[in-house]
Design a protein around this ligand. Structure first.
Ligand code: APR
Length: 237
């Protein structure tokens, strides 16, 4: 077994499912009753900003009703105790990793609790309702805030840092993601190309499951704490 120092972990909606946050691709193909292209594209925002703002206002309000689960907490514990490097990349726009205590964390698809002002280009912490057209906390102009969320067709955040981390990691772990959305879905291939071991933990095989050296199927709330205990005590994946 390879000596593991640097770990990169990618999480998706499945890690927050047991906290009560809906995944994107449910059995009906809808996300909280909406087609993704009706709420998660720049075109949708240009067409009906009120619908999009209200949709994300509801998701933001829901954050107060959910809490990190055992999987989020286990990853924060791993970060605190792991002697090597660790980077947690989440596709999730909820704040459950943050609230669990993870700090070496990148929100590659943005955050519900951040507002992006299209007037001054500033980003600010945000907890209210954007549909009410509040003023930007930085430039005070009204009506220019949008959710600081990476929509389809937009460039995910921090890609240079992520790509560098993928070239340097010894172990790449993917948790609770369907592997349907690039570039995140391609991280496993990059990490493998540069020599990393790769492990997937998901409820069912993701679209790119065959790229992983090892797949563990089940609930993140059970698989992730068990894996963290394992790697902290034996350094194995
Ligand atoms: N434990 C582990 N995995 C789970 C659990 C669970 N309790 N519940 C669901 N899953 C798995 C599902 O089987 C599915 O494979 O989590 C995955 C969630 O997949 P998606 O809903 O497609 O979410 P995700 O992969 O994060 O979506 C990627 O798509 O719409 C965009 O930007 C959005 O970040 C999102 C991106």
């Amino acid at each position: 077994m390879k000596d593991i120092q640097n770990i990169v972990i990618l999480t998706g909606a499945g890690i927050s499912a047991e906290s009560g946050v809906a995944t994107f691709r449910g059995p009906d193909g809808l996300w909280e009753g909406h087609r993704v292209e009706d709420v998660a594209t720049p075109e949708a925002f240009a067409r009906d900003s009120d619908l999009v703002q209200k949709f994300y206002d509801e998701r933001r309000a829901q954050l107060a009703t959910v809490a990190p689960n055992a999987a989020h907490l286990a990853l924060a514990e791993l970060e605190a105790k792991w002697p090597g490097d660790l980077l947690l990349i989440t596709q999730n726009v909820d704040d459950l990793h943050d609230r669990a205590g993870s700090q070496k964390l990148l929100h590659m698809h943005g955050e519900l609790s951040s507002a992006w002002c299209l007037a001054c280009d500033g980003r600010s912490p945000f907890t209210g309702q954007m549909a009410l057209d509040p003023a930007c906390p930085q430039c005070d102009q009204f009506g220019h805030l949008r959710p600081d969320i990476v929509w389809f067709g937009e460039m995910p955040y921090q890609m240079e840092r992520i790509e560098l981390a993928l070239t340097q990691c010894d172990l790449f772990v993917s948790i609770g993601t369907s592997g349907a959305v690039y570039p995140a879905a391609g991280f496993v291939q990059s990490a493998r190309h540069y020599g990393a071991e790769t492990l997937e933990m998901n409820l069912d095989p993701s679209e790119g499951s065959f790229h992983f050296h090892q797949s563990r199927m089940g609930r993140a709330g059970e698989l992730v704490p068990a894996w963290v205990e394992e790697i902290l005590s034996h350094g194995l994946c």
